[in-house]
Design a protein around this ligand. Structure first.
Ligand code: C2O
Ligand code: CU
Ligand code: CU
Length: 565
């Protein structure tokens, strides 16, 4: 304990000695056609040294904020210039599995991927990050991530601050660990540096009026217990999947990795003052990463960050003059939303989180005693099913549970209704040791019997270590060969295959298709060849499971998924 205390004192000293930087506000992209290029870059967080990063478009770290409008049909092209295989997931977006950017939507180095979908989500704050098997932490923590803001008419009708970078700010919070050469340690648990929008020791000038902050915890493992200096109160207006029915007055909002909250803070009459956005981590329960240090047996490796269990500053806020046409009042009601009720559910499932022993702190952790298996579908869910999932945590640490495709409503935690801020549409929930949490969700709109959606722990190293499962929705075979419009020209049959698979591409020769490749779920190339119009590959000896066929034409790829069984 002594060593940890000394370390904490030292770290605070270093923390304060670092120069402050004006909060970086990522630029924005809007419209219906988006282009993201992920590339290698570097940032000088500390004078004289460069930290290797991933940046998107003109950014050296993180990417632009995407503004999407509900109802729009959008296309997003992701160009991979990372020097490694990747994928890009739209966290919280309700899209078909082929557009979701999960681990099966691999983008090879030098290639691009162009999902097209209709924006169906409500106005709220979402985000994007890669989702490659065993590489999510390494890629996301180095900066391959960004914010998505969805707008809709219900939100637009309210008198809310929405001038980006003026009275409406992204606040992407990441705690990171750098090694002695100032390089990211994606699995580091001694994370002592807190970046906001990629800014180290940030300060922001805000006007003396009602300001909206879009908080995202994009950290690998740390939970933040957000609040302001002197416990100044604020209003929570939205969480993961939309605005709440009414603002909720709060002095804290706890966000685990992956979770978002939109808050309004009233700075009217405070011009000239300085306050801080903080994490009141001393109030977190033991077992929640970032909370008080667990007693460690003597001689064990230092796994605890100096930030654990202490209250620390995240963002300095200098309050200046009001802008023109300031928002100075907060609406009493927001957007009505009716949760599903228990009587509507027709299926229940139980997920038990376990480890090899009760003492395991760093994994591996399991769902129902299983590690992720890309070739195992954990649940087959009928389209339009309304389901209750019961989660139980029998490990000694808390886990932020995340599910793709749907938003859910928390029914209860240990039998008690959730706090008001957790009553809206969620896609991540933090479950604590010995807790039982139930949620209800409807699996509507998208069916695909081959390509699964993921559910996983959003502690990225737990996810990478296999704390993940997958489900398919729907029972109609028809959807298999019609995954997404960019792939319409390619037919792959029969699917599932056993003896052989036939691939045919309309007008392959004339459209400049230079070759085809087939990859297994680990991204290993199992077949490469040139394509005329039709090719048949013998699959009799192939390992059962999912495969991806990619046809390459002038640097762009079209792809399909098929199964061998
Ligand atoms: Cu934000 Cu499957 O992840
Ligand atoms: Cu997600
Ligand atoms: Cu976990």
């Amino acid at each position: 304990m002594k060593r940890i205390t000394l370390f904490a004192v030292l770290a605070c000293f270093i923390y304060q000695a670092r120069a402050q930087h004006l909060l970086y506000v990522p630029d924005t992209l809007s419209g219906t056609a988006f282009n993201l290029t992920v590339h290698r870059d570097s940032v000088s967080f500390f004078p004289g040294t460069f930290t290797q990063t991933f940046g998107i478009n003109s950014h050296k770290y993180l990417g632009p904020t995407l503004f999407l409008r509900k109802g729009d049909s959008v296309s997003i092209t992701v160009n991979n210039q990372m020097g490694d295989t990747t994928s890009m997931h739209w966290h919280g977006l309700h899209v078909a599995p082929a557009n979701d950017g999960g681990p099966f939507s691999m983008i090879m180095d030098g290639m691009s991927w162009s999902p097209k979908f209709i924006v169906r989500n409500n106005a709220a704050t979402y985000w994007y990050h890669p989702h490659m098997m065993m590489k999510t932490a390494a890629q996301a923590i180095k900066g391959d991530a960004g914010l998505i803001i969805i707008q809709d008419s219900a939100e637009q009708a309210l008198m809310l601050p929405r001038r980006y970078g003026i009275d409406d700010f992204p606040v992407i919070v990441q705690s990171v660990e750098l090694d002695s050469l100032n390089q990211f340690m994606p699995r580091g648990m001694v994370d002592s540096i807190v970046l906001v929008n990629g800014t180290d020791s940030p300060l922001v000038n805000l006007p003396a009026q009602v300001v909206r902050l879009r908080l995202l915890n994009a950290s690998g493992e740390r939970t933040f217990n957000f609040g302001f200096t002197a416990s100044k109160s604020f209003k929570v207006i939205g969480n993961d999947g939309g605005l709440l029915p009414a603002p909720v007055t709060a002095t804290r909002v706890r966000l685990s990795p992956g979770e978002r909250a939109e808050i309004l803070v009233d700075l009217d009459g405070m011009a000239g003052q300085t306050i801080h956005l903080m994490s009141y981590a001393s109030e977190l329960p033991m077992g929640v990463q970032g909370g008080p240090t667990m007693p460690m047996p003597p001689g064990s490796p230092l796994m605890n960050s100096p930030l654990n269990g202490i209250n620390f500053n995240i963002l300095q806020i200098n309050i200046g003059a009001q802008t023109a046409a300031p928002i100075t009042t907060i609406p009493a009601t927001l957007v009505p939303d009716t949760p599903y009720t228990e009587s509507m559910a027709n299926t229940t499932r139980t997920i038990h989180m376990t480890a090899d022993s009760m003492m395991v702190m760093d994994g591996p952790f399991y769902f129902n005693h299983n590690l992720y298996d890309a070739n195992r579908i954990d649940y087959h869910i009928p389209l339009n099913n309304i389901e209750i999932w019961t989660l139980m945590d029998s490990t000694m640490v808390a886990h932020p549970f995340h599910i793709h495709d749907v938003h859910f409503y928390i029914l209860d935690r240990n039998g008690n209704p959730p706090d008001a801020v957790e009553r809206g549409r969620k896609d991540v929930l933090l479950i604590q040791p010995n807790e039982t949490v139930r949620f209800i969700a409807k699996f509507d709109d998208f069916a695909d019997t081959t390509l699964p959606y993921m559910y996983h722990c959003h502690i990225l190293m737990h996810e990478d270590d296999g704390m993940m499962g997958q489900f398919v929705v729907g029972g109609e075979r028809a959807s298999v060969n019609n995954i997404n419009s960019t792939e319409k020209g390619m037919m792959v049959f029969p699917n599932p295959a056993s003896e052989s698979i036939t691939i045919s591409i309309e007008g392959a020769a004339s459209s400049g298709v230079s070759g085809i490749a087939v990859y297994d779920v680990m991204g290993r190339k199992v077949y490469a060849g040139t394509l005329e119009n039709t090719i048949t590959i013998n699959t009799a000896q192939w390992v059962k499971g999912l495969y991806f066929v990619t046809a390459i034409s002038s640097g762009h790829s079209i792809r399909k998924t098929f199964m061998v069984r």
